[in-house]
Design a protein around this ligand. Structure first.
Ligand code: NAD
Length: 443
């Protein structure tokens, strides 16, 4: 098939996609608003500009990335030149979620196409307006046998998963991630699973509290908390907890006003089911700020919860909404006891002025990625791989790594014919000591 190998074909397809996403930007922003009142600023900052940048970067570097990569040969093969060929897997399935519905469907698609694969994308049924525009963009940009967008819900996803694929890229919940992994196992299909978890955010006594509060409020309430790498809960040193809480309240008011329901900058919960789940998480909790809700537009205010029991629902499930539990700690042992209760999270944040403390935290705990003195922004660097570890995911992408992810690295040794060292050939008699010497020299 021409599109599997022809670099020009891939490049032209991506250029066409770039033109179409630029042409449709206003429609995408509107669709994201219609789906859950995502503000235009957030739509541009976290969805449309990200895709344009990923496309431009990929188009610019495609030729370089796709070229067979020369690697140092082994002396044991002397004389040879050794390469890694970048081979497309073949048929790729991309299943994406609703929270960043545009970006999380298109980013893997761009990389899979760049690497030379055929792709089927199944966006989320919950962000139906955005998914419809994604389907229009894909239909306008690609030949049908190259890339297709399939719309629909769980049954459509299940049907796709029952088919044979050469690679599956899934972004979504841990529970569905397990279903995807099981389906992939039937045909030993490689998978990337971009999942979620309970992301801790630690604030120690030395932190710049006002700045920490500002950055936590931004990262937590962006997209109304419906962000896989949002801080899920705070672990705050007891000495500074009251002060931090005051700053958090002030920053929420500064960002969204006294009544966030009236703010054009605060999105809604995606649907009634998820809205009800958020309210359930608040049952029997000590709400110290926010908590107001309105079913008519699935609104829940930015909400602070003080000292929830670790056995309560809000400390058991990934929150994925605008609720921020705050727990005090006094010693590093307290921190450890809480963090290790959970599966390895997708991200972890630590606010501190003490380098040694930050170092200790980021090396002591296993997590997908994170920040020191900020939240969420590690996502934005193309040179940092994005992905989870353990239950928060398998594999990582972004930038060049996305291209690598959708390419099989095929090692090839090109052996010269002008010399043929006889040592390896039978009969072996009298050659063992020579072999041992050679292995010692070149190991
Ligand atoms: P989800 O797992 O419910 O759905 C994701 C996709 O899977 C959708 O397209 C859906 O149609 C499909 N699906 C749902 N149930 C299925 C089933 N039983 N069988 C087959 N397919 C099924 O996730 P969601 O609610 O859309 O998104 C929220 C979750 O995604 C959160 O846990 C969040 O942390 C995670 N997430 C992770 C990342 C990341 O990059 N790691 C990014 C965004 C969201």
């Amino acid at each position: 098939m021409i599109f599997k190998t022809d670099l020009n074909y891939r490049k032209q397809a991506l250029v066409k996609l770039l033109l179409n996403v630029q042409k449709k930007e206003a429609e995408i922003i509107q669709a994201l608003y219609d789906d859950f009142k995502k503000p235009a600023f957030e739509a541009v900052a976290t969805e449309t500009s990200y895709i344009v940048s990923e496309l431009e970067y990929t188009i610019k570097n495609l030729k370089k990335w796709a070229k067979p990569q020369r690697v140092l040969p082994s002396f044991l093969n002397f004389p040879s030149t050794d390469y890694l060929y970048k081979e497309p897997y073949g048929k790729v399935l991309v299943i994406s979620p609703w929270n960043y519905p545009y970006q999380l469907a298109l980013a893997p698609l761009i990389a899979a196409v760049a690497a030379g694969n055929q792709v089927v994308v199944k966006p989320s049924e919950l962000a139906e307006n955005t998914s419809r525009i994604i389907a229009e963009i894909i239909a306008a940009s690609f030949e049908e046998q190259h890339v297709q967008c399939v719309l629909g819900g769980v049954e459509v996803s299940q049907n796709l998963l029952s088919q044979r694929w050469d690679y599956i890229f899934f972004t979504g919940s841990v529970a569905v991630g397990k279903i995807v992994a099981q389906a992939a196992a039937t045909h030993l299909t490689p998978v990337t699973l971009e999942l979620g978890g309970k992301n801790p955010c630690i604030i120690d006594e030395s932190a710049d509290l006002k700045l920490a509060a500002k950055r936590i409020v931004w990262g937590k309430f962006l997209n109304a908390g419906q962000t896989c790498i949002a801080p899920d809960y705070l672990l705050v040193h007891e000495h500074i907890k009251p002060k931090l809480i005051e700053y958090l309240k002030a920053e929420i008011i500064l960002a969204y006003g006294e009544n966030p329901q009236e703010s054009t900058d605060f999105p809604r919960i995606i649907n009634e089911k998820n809205w009800k789940r958020q309210l359930q998480l608040l049952e029997n909790q000590t709400v110290i700020f926010g908590g107001q809700s309105d079913v008519s537009d699935f609104y829940l205010a930015p909400t602070l919860v003080d000292e929830p029991s670790l056995d309560s629902l809000v400390m058991q499930e990934e929150i994925f909404g605008p609720i921020l539990p705050i727990l005090g700690y006094t010693s590093e042992t307290d921190l450890e006891k809480i963090i290790v209760r959970y599966e390895k999270p997708l991200s972890l944040y630590v606010f501190t002025q003490r380098k040694s403390f930050a170092q200790k935290i980021i090396t002591r705990f296993s997590f997908g990625g994170g920040c020191i003195n900020d939240t969420v922004i590690h996502f934005a660097n193309k040179r940092l791989p994005f992905g989870g570890v353990g239950h928060s995911g398998i594999g990582a992408y972004h930038g060049k790594r996305s291209f690598e992810l959708f390419s099989h690295n095929k090692p090839i040794v090109k052996k010269a014919t002008w010399l043929d060292i006889p040592l390896r050939y039978a009969p072996y008699q009298g050659k063992l000591s020579g072999l041992k010497k050679m292995l010692k020299w070149f190991s």
